[in-house]
Design a protein around this ligand. Structure first.
Ligand code: PHE
Ligand code: FE
Length: 290
């Protein structure tokens, strides 16, 4: 099952920070407070995904993971991770208690800070979680933040979120995030690969997304993606496939304001539909969701 859709937040209820939480919703990671069991859970999840991902994940992810070598032994200390990451792309990781309000999330990204949940799941939830935890946020998201192009895309996304706030367009941006940052696939010379954090951090979806005959794999098209509803409680019915991180960055570099207006006038698409206009890479048989 998919461990955790929603990266740090695309839901718009705002909550007030509680004790120990700063105004920007960050907290101290408090690395010393993790138990041996917490570290053991990290290692188990890490080793499982590290064994599964070669040949399935985009090479840039594995490069990032190697580079962030401090993440292999146990739950990484964000301060040490940040020394490496800051040098590579200027990003840092900040600890948060869980989902944060949209604007707070966008503001962090716009400033090259990635909010990562500071707690890790327990053993009963190794395979399925309803909200992002530390393993998803750090293992899933941080390796690609060491890639310069992906790092720029994430910052541009945050800036776009700040611009879109209050304009009733956040659902379109949420879908873009969902189908790229969380559940994106990419074409490589060796074939389709995963790069979305929601896939990369999930054993079963790492396999399903690439190998199941059930879901559609459709070429990325900005307006198509922003018009498509998604499932948060199960494997995706459709994955969108980018050609490269640079092409994703380029496709999203235009001003979205006119696109939002146009999309407001058009219907949304259900997660499993295939359109005439789609570049269909693989047409799913839908067997899993039926
Ligand atoms: N180009 C978008 C805008 O004009 C911002 C954006 C960039 C959004 C990258 C998502 C990803 O708002
Ligand atoms: Fe996420």
């Amino acid at each position: 099952m998919l461990p955790l859709p929603n990266s740090s937040s695309l839901n718009s209820e705002s909550a007030l920070p509680s004790t120990g939480v700063r105004a920007d919703f960050t907290v101290d990671q408090n690395w010393e407070s993790y138990s041996n069991e917490d570290h053991a859970i990290w290692r188990e999840l890490f080793d499982r995904q590290a064994a599964l991902l070669p040949g399935r994940v985009v090479p840039e992810f594995l490069e990032g993971l190697d580079f962030l070598s401090v993440a292999a032994d146990g739950i990484p200390d964000f301060a040490r991770l940040n020394e490496l990451l800051k040098d590579a792309t200027g990003w840092t990781i900040v600890a948060v208690p869980g989902l944060v309000p949209d604007e707070v999330f966008f503001d962090h990204l716009a400033n090259r800070r990635f909010p990562a949940t500071h707690w890790i799941r327990d053993r009963a939830q190794l395979d399925y979680l309803e909200e992002p935890d530390l393993f998803h946020d750090v293992f899933g998201h941080v390796p690609l933040l060491a890639n310069p192009v992906f790092a720029d895309y994430m910052q541009a996304y945050g800036k776009g979120g700040l611009r879109a706030s209050g304009k009733g367009a956040l659902q379109y941006l949420a879908r873009l995030y969902w189908y790229t940052v969380e559940f994106g696939l990419i074409e490589t010379r060796e074939g389709l690969r995963i790069y979305g954090a929601g896939i990369v951090s999930s054993k079963s979806e790492s396999i399903f997304a690439l190998e199941s005959p059930s879901p559609n794999r459709i070429g990325f098209d900005l307006e198509r993606v922003m018009s498509t509803l998604y499932r948060i409680d199960d494997f995706q019915e459709t994955y969108f496939v980018i050609k490269s991180f640079q092409s994703l960055f380029n496709a999203t570099a235009q001003d979205f304001a006119p696109i939002y207006q146009e999309l407001d006038r058009r219907p949304d698409f259900d997660p499993g539909v295939v359109l005439e206009s789609d570049r269909v890479i693989f047409r799913g048989n839908g067997s899993y969701h039926r």
